[in-house]
Design a protein around this ligand. Structure first.
Ligand code: AMP
Length: 279
């Protein structure tokens, strides 16, 4: 596995790869890798001959009171995991390499960026979209893989690709979970043992809601959301939002139907976790 931090060097490696007609797959990450990330790399590998992954903790997607400085980082461990997956190239730029001191340009996917997670994290998706667009321009992948774990993010990236006519195919990978159902996340290490145990309610409540639809034909989002809130609050979770939305435009639905998506964000202590499920 080659690893590079400079855009110029990365291009010198990738240009001949593309000239040879190899298909380039790309998996962007913020590092501190887990099986969720690795599952996306395996999807890229299946679809492409040359796999690039990036590790970049993107400062512009963090709010002023968020965890940019304490976000977990372990490049050595990540490198070993990526090597094992036979990733061809790791790109780990510095903040300066991505954003020069006089940096001015941002991209915003309107509406989709100001709802759900965007409401409580203003500027977050603008930061994500800007970094991802830059990475796409730098790497020029044929395919990029994003996790359903960050469902709103994946929908926003898909919309950006469509709206800006970017020549990259977006593939979404399913959520990888711990044995007890908690969605894997680099942020799970912030949880105390008690919070970690309580947080399993997130997936339990999502599964419960899905079952209610299929077994008891319950179609009221209000009913489902209220019950889920009660279940989560009983486990000391502080609900940021729970929403039942259309899987493509993320608008709240009036009646639940097959294919809709339940999305949630919940604090356990200071740690904000997100999860979702397809109905
Ligand atoms: P992050 O490092 O958190 O920015 O995530 C990088 C990519 O991995 C994003 O596309 C995430 O959606 C995806 N991802 C994170 N956690 C999981 C998971 N548990 N299962 C599947 N994909 C994930």
């Amino acid at each position: 596995m080659r690893k590079v931090s400079k855009i110029k060097v990365l291009r010198e490696i990738l240009d001949p790869v593309k000239k040879k007609g190899q298909k380039v797959g790309f998996v962007p990450t913020m590092g501190y890798l887990h099986e969720g990330h690795l599952s996306l790399i395996r999807i890229a590998r299946k679809n492409c001959n040359f796999v690039v992954s990036s590790i970049f903790v993107n400062p512009i997607q963090f709010g002023p009171n968020e965890d940019f400085n304490r976000y977990p980082r372990d490049l050595k461990r990540d490198e070993a995991l990526l090597k094992k997956e036979k990733v061809d190239l790791l790109f780990y730029p510095s903040v300066k390499e991505m954003y020069a001191d006089d940096y001015k340009t941002y991209v915003e996917v309107s509406e989709l960026s100001s709802i759900l997670c965007g409401k409580s994290r203003p500027g977050h998706f603008r930061g994500v979209a800007t970094a991802v667009l830059k990475l796409f321009n730098i790497i020029k992948p044929d395919i990029a893989v994003f996790g359903e774990k960050d469902y709103q993010q994946a929908i926003i990236i898909k919309r950006m690709v469509k709206d800006l006519n970017l020549d990259v195919k977006i593939i979404m990978g399913p959520i990888v979970r711990e044995n007890d159902g908690l969605a894997m996340s680099s942020r799970n290490i912030y949880l105390s043992p008690e919070e970690r145990a309580d947080a399993t309610i997130l997936y339990q409540s999502l599964e419960w809601a899905k079952e209610l639809f299929y077994k008891e034909n319950i179609k009221s989002p209000e009913y489902v959301i209220n019950k889920m809130r009660q279940m989560i609050e009983a486990k000391n979770g502080r609900v940021d939002y729970i929403a039942v939305v259309d899987k493509d435009d993320l608008r709240p639905v009036k009646f639940i139907k097959k294919g809709d998506r339940i999305l949630l964000a919940v604090f356990f202590g200071r740690t904000r976790l997100i999860d979702n499920i397809a109905i």
